[in-house]
Design a binder for this molecule. Structure first.
Ligand SMILES: C[S@@+](CC[C@H](N)C(=O)[O-])C[C@H]1O[C@@H](n2cnc3c(N)ncnc32)[C@H](O)[C@@H]1O
Length: 255
């Protein structure tokens, strides 16, 4: 990838799992994966936060990601699994905007706001068309992104995560700034790793996201060859409304 988000994951890879230990989305992906023929494709699979639990439940998975370091962490974790689980997982270093796999899939997922790393409409369309090419005729795509809240404070550093792991307290401070005309967000994450003896190690990452609105995503999916099956406002399948924290789009490839 040509944008700043590469550096973000190259740096975050080693501690990503300590901070992003979110599990609430996994049952939804499991439910949609259960009756799938063949493998499930995950674009932007990262360290395997979702892929691994799916493979442990007997589902074959293919994960693609651009970050060598995130994939290296995933590979390290997969190496500790049983032979059976390992045999169900395939990882490929590839860009979701332009990839070529021989396999065709009944389900593709883009989880955890990964879609927002696509910073232009052109990149969003390329990605959805590329996935379309890899889906079987009735194949589905599930895209989970946050529902943008433009009233969120800007230029304000706030502490938004605290984790106590391995004798360390990890604090994440976030600052964000909207670039409204371009529909982009500048985001800074400041991570402080505080040891019990008081020493602190700080890591700072900066990246951009392109937030997307409900109707915009619906139109984007329709013009790239999908029909909408459902839109949820969270991972428990609550119907979407304007106050929902998330937008979870389930769309079917049109024949
Ligand atoms: C928010 S993380 C999500 C990781 C994992 N899916 C999860 O839910 O924990 C986003 C991931 O997408 C990857 N990524 C960003 N842009 C990408 C692209 N164009 N193609 C493939 N992967 C991409 C990043 O390297 C990172 O691993």
């Amino acid at each position: 990838m040509e944008n700043e988000t590469v550096d973000r994951y190259e740096l975050e890879a080693e501690f990503y799992d300590k901070i992003y230990d979110y599990k609430e989305d996994i049952p939804l992906y499991l439910e949609y994966s259960k009756n799938v023929k063949g493998a499930v494709l995950e674009c932007g699979c990262g360290t395997g936060r979702i892929l691994l639990p799916l493979a442990r439940e007997g589902i074959k998975v293919v994960g693609i990601d651009t970050s060598k370091k995130m994939l290296a962490v995933a590979r390290r974790k997969i190496a500790e699994e049983s032979e059976e689980v390992r045999s169900r997982i395939k990882l490929v270093e590839a860009d979701m905007r332009n990839f070529e796999l021989e396999e065709r899939f009944s389900l593709c997922i883009i989880a955890f706001s990964t879609f927002l790393h696509l910073l232009t409409v052109e990149d969003q369309e390329r990605t959805l068309r590329c996935i379309h090419k890899h889906l079987l005729p009735d194949g589905k795509v599930i895209i989970s992104v946050f529902n943008p809240d433009l009233s969120r404070p800007q230029n304000l550093v706030r502490l938004d995560k605290i984790k106590h792991v391995d004798n360390e307290i990890i604090m994440r401070f976030t600052m964000q700034k909207f670039d409204f005309p371009n529909q982009l967000m500048d985001v800074w994450h400041i991570y402080d790793f505080v040891k019990l003896d008081g020493t602190v190690k700080r890591h700072v990452v900066y990246f951009k996201l392109r937030y997307i609105f409900y109707n915009e995503m619906i139109e984007l999916l329709k013009r790239t060859g999908y029909e909408i099956e459902a839109v949820y406002g969270d991972h428990k399948k609550t119907p979407f409304n304007e106050k929902s924290p998330l937008m979870v789009f389930v769309a079917r490839r049109k024949k």
